[in-house]
Design a protein around this ligand. Structure first.
Ligand code: ATP
Length: 263
């Protein structure tokens, strides 16, 4: 997609975004443009504001101030256009527990307005690729953590969204399932779609993402290509620790009672 200036429309444009919870400032006026067609990592320490930001970007939480557009559509003025173009795997992942995995996908597909036969075809393929075909008739309430992530991902992908938002998609997922999820996401971005995902795992972000935004204390500390954000640092992990100001805190002297003889 190309705008009047010739530059591509960003997947996400965030301007002056704020969110406070009482005295706590969760997101402190961020401006950010996420390029389309990239695998984008949103990283930051616990409490940095990643989930709050993703919730506002996907229309789940109303900002106190600021605007968000996704592929050129304002999230709060034009929510239907945005929701038709995005898929979301939110934190906490509340699913319809008393449906089977298969029923959940049928429901999600019909809700998205897809014809029944198309939903059946896509659901069968996703269940197969995500190694859930054997568990498709089991109730979601009986799924393991990793299976829940996978069925949530399938539901988020079923309508072939332009932008996919994933909050900690690999948390609680075993290496085999993680590899499967990676494969699906790589295939999806190779076709020109955008993935935005939050994570604490720097090695994973470094190996998957071509674009990164680093958040700390409600602000964006750095953003750009992996090379730009890494700078001179040998790894993203080192760059991250420098950016969020967590270098070399030595806890050993504070915990002198831990281990050793005296109980
Ligand atoms: N509903 C809420 N009510 C009160 N405070 C909140 C609420 N949601 C988030 N916060 C606060 O806002 C800040 C940012 O939280 P957020 O969950 O966005 O961080 P995060 O980067 O996703 O953290 P984590 O990596 O630990 O999931 C934290 O200080 C958190 O305590």
């Amino acid at each position: 997609m190309t705008d009047a200036s010739g530059a591509g429309t960003p997947a996400v444009r965030v301007q002056g975004l704020w969110k406070r919870f009482g005295q706590q400032v969760a997101v402190a006026g961020i401006d950010l443009e996420l390029p389309a067609g990239k695998f984008i990592g949103l990283v930051g320490p616990n409490g940095a504001g990643k989930t709050t930001t993703l919730s506002m970007v996907t229309g789940l939480l109303r900002p106190d101030q600021g605007s968000v557009s996704v592929v050129g559509h304002d999230v709060w003025r034009d929510p239907v256009a945005v929701k038709a173009r995005i898929g979301v795997l939110p934190e906490g992942l509340r699913l319809f527990e008393r449906l089977s995995g298969r029923e959940l996908l049928s429901y999600s597909g019909r809700l998205r307005g897809l014809p029944g036969a198309e939903v059946d075809k896509r659901a069968a393929q996703l269940l197969d690729v995500l190694d859930l075909a054997g568990a498709q008739h089991k109730l979601v309430v009986d799924y393991s953590t990793g299976m829940r992530k996978k069925i949530g991902l399938a539901a988020a992908l079923l309508h072939n969204p332009e932008v996919l938002f994933l909050d900690e998609p690999f948390e609680g997922v075993d290496p085999v399932s993680a590899q499967i999820i990676r494969g699906v996401l790589e295939r999806y971005t190779a076709s020109g779609a955008t993935v935005v995902f939050s994570s604490h795992v720097m090695e994973l972000v470094e190996s998957l993402c071509d674009w990164v935004a680093v958040m700390a204390a409600g602000r964006i500390r750095a953003h750009g290509t992996l090379d730009e954000v890494r700078g001179e640092a040998p790894t993203l992990q080192t760059a991250f620790l420098e950016l969020v100001g967590a270098r070399g805190r030595d806890a050993s002297s504070d915990l002198d009672w831990l281990g050793g003889g005296a109980r």
